[in-house]
Design a binder for this molecule. Structure first.
Ligand code: NAD
Length: 260
């Protein structure tokens, strides 16, 4: 089992990352929690996990836009809990605008957080995984790593990028007991998509729930959002022995979005 393994989940103060942290903690993993949360709030969250699951935890609010911050974050996490066995690159942001007007700083932030941060974390955790002969790296990509939508130039570029990164690292690590995969979710019910729902609601004078339904069904045949926990359960499956042969894959979990 995964009892006693150390799992680091970036962006685990909210949404998919938080749900994944719960799923792995239930298995007895020690958890590195991370996200843009006030230090005291983060310590409270970490204490709640310790009490609920009888595991060790570490919290960091390192800004993933800075390679130096990532480096220091992982060093501190490893000093606190031991080397990382399971790495989930999950933190991400969104900004929607047409390419001609897309703000340069949003482009830079999205590429840094949604793509480059995974390069930095992977580079740092791989030597210890290789030494142990076991590791699991799961990148939370998106359907937008496989297909595109208008107004998401930076997000689609970053998510397509992480699909490529996943393949390369999987090939390089195949003989070392490390599997490397990406999960490509469709719509998931988290705070990330709130702004997109708000703008449909105001443009079309709809209620929040009506706007949410329109957003989901405009591209995804399954007319409902996934629950964050469903992504966490998929991460858990990829950590298990039955998934030993799955590596280098970018796996849709998208309500038939990319089946079309
Ligand atoms: P969320 O907004 O609920 O959580 C995002 C997390 O990333 C938070 O913990 C936040 O603090 C962290 N984060 C953001 N900027 C950061 C920064 N500069 N430095 C450090 N941490 C930062 O979002 P979510 O929906 O749970 O998204 C998680 C991942 O899933 C993202 O990569 C997202 O692209 C992907 N995804 C989401 C959906 C969806 O519909 N919600 C669909 C497909 C893929």
């Amino acid at each position: 089992g995964l009892q006693g393994k150390v799992a680091l989940i970036t962006g685990s103060t909210s949404g998919i990352g938080l749900a994944t942290a719960h799923v792995l903690a239930e298995q007895g993993c020690h958890i590195v929690l991370h996200g843009l949360m006030d230090h005291d709030e983060g310590q409270t969250l970490a204490a709640e996990f310790r009490a609920q699951y009888q595991i060790n935890t570490f919290f960091s609010n390192a800004d993933l836009r800075e390679a130096n911050c990532i480096h220091e974050f992982i060093d501190n996490a490893v000093n606190a809990l031991g080397s990382i066995d399971i790495l989930v690159n999950n933190a991400g942001i969104q900004h929607t605008q047409d390419v001609a007007h897309f703000p340069i700083e949003k482009w830079n932030d999205i590429i840094a957080i949604n793509l480059s941060a995974a390069f930095h974390t992977i580079q740092q955790v791989i030597p210890a995984m290789a030494e142990k002969g076991w590791g699991r790296i799961i990148n939370i990509a998106s359907v937008h790593g496989l297909v595109a939508s208008a107004n998401k130039v930076a997000y689609c570029a970053a998510k397509h990028g992480i699909v490529g990164l996943t393949k390369v690292v999987a090939i390089e690590c195949a003989e070392q007991g490390i599997t490397v995969n990406a999960i490509c979710p469709g719509w998931v019910d988290t705070p990330l998509i709130g702004k997109q729902i708000d703008s449909i609601a105001s443009d079309k004078s709809l209620s929040y729930d009506e706007a949410k339904y329109q957003l989901v069904t405009s591209k995804q045949p399954l007319p409902e959002m996934l629950a964050p926990r469903q992504i966490g359960e998929f991460v858990l499956f990829l950590c298990g022995g039955a998934a030993r042969g799955i590596t280098g894959s970018s796996l849709p979990m998208d309500g038939a979005w990319t089946a079309q």
